[in-house]
Design a protein around this ligand. Structure first.
Ligand code: ADP
Ligand code: MG
Ligand code: MG
Length: 254
């Protein structure tokens, strides 16, 4: 079953075309990695998928479970099971982590026609999920991401994902700024969340994340286009030869 289908996607910022014809299909249960040099458009793609403001879609379409994603507000996307973790997680002073997690879960439950989660049940659930990313309970009562280290923010994202149990998760540079222990913890968390009915798109500049989370499909994004797709060996190839060879290859026409 197709979960995400991107067709000839073109997107601009301030009249400058950043995404120049992206085609990509992610089926249920698959993990895809999108790799590419700095400035390739990786974060732009994840922001467009999230429905962030400031991007103009000039051509193409995105379907999520057959429904046009571009017609949906960011909140509507989240309610339907699309989860986005950003390269630079936002800090929300004055809003406790547990409050945000519960509100986000209840928004999804509401869409599914379910009642709000009981406070005690939620605490039990969130504690279990925190074990997955080895987070201390004090983080529940602190303001969202405020004063969190880079690694703690990334773990917090995986916690959010674990609580929301999305159908489609897009993780932008989840590995950036992580030391090797944090990388292992975050990877174990993501791996534990791999499921038949969940698709994951991992965006990363570095190959090392893919030693821990082995993708089904690897795409190379360069100058706003997917110039090559393959299996996990493509990531190994990139590690050896870097991104410089990409520039020498003509981008495949959509
Ligand atoms: P990546 O995540 O692959 O490093 P980005 O998607 O962040 O790449 O950026 C792709 C290109 O778009 C870069 O040339 C960057 O300078 C440009 N860009 C990104 N955001 C903006 C913005 N808000 N305004 C203008 N240009 C932007
Ligand atoms: Mg970048
Ligand atoms: Mg980026």
């Amino acid at each position: 079953m197709k979960i995400l289908e991107i067709k000839n996607l073109h997107a601009s910022i301030d009249g400058k075309e950043i995404l120049r014809g992206i085609d990509m299909t992610v089926n249920a249960g698959e993990v895809h990695a999108i790799m590419g040099p700095n400035g390739a458009g990786k974060s732009t793609l994840s922001n467009v998928l999230a429905g962030r403001e400031g991007y103009e879609i000039t051509q193409g379409e995105i379907f999520y479970k057959g429904e046009s994603l571009l017609d949906l507000e960011p909140e509507e996307r989240a309610q339907r099971g699309v989860f986005l973790a950003f390269q630079y997680p936002v800090e929300i002073p004055g809003v406790s982590n547990i409050y945000l997690l519960k509100a986000a879960l209840n928004a999804v439950r509401k869409y599914q026609g379910l009642e709000e989660v009981d406070a005690m049940d939620f605490l039990t659930l969130v504690r279990k999920k925190m074990e997955l990313v080895k987070m201390d309970e004090q983080f529940l009562h602190r303001s969202v991401n405020e004063g969190f280290s880079g690694g703690e923010k990334k773990r917090n994202e995986i916690l959010q994902m674990a609580v929301l149990e999305p159908t489609l998760a897009i993780l932008d540079e989840t590995d950036s700024g992580l030391d090797i222990d944090a990388l292992r913890i975050v990877s174990e968390g993501v791996n534990a969340l791999r499921a038949e009915d969940r698709s994951i798109v991992m965006i990363t500049h570095y190959q090392r994340l893919l030693d821990y989370i082995v993708p089904d499909v690897v795409h190379v994004l360069s100058e706003g286009r997917i110039v090559k797709s393959g299996d996990k060996d493509l990531a190994k190839e990139l590690e050896k030869s870097g991104y410089s060879w990409i520039k020498e290859q003509p981008a495949s026409e959509p």
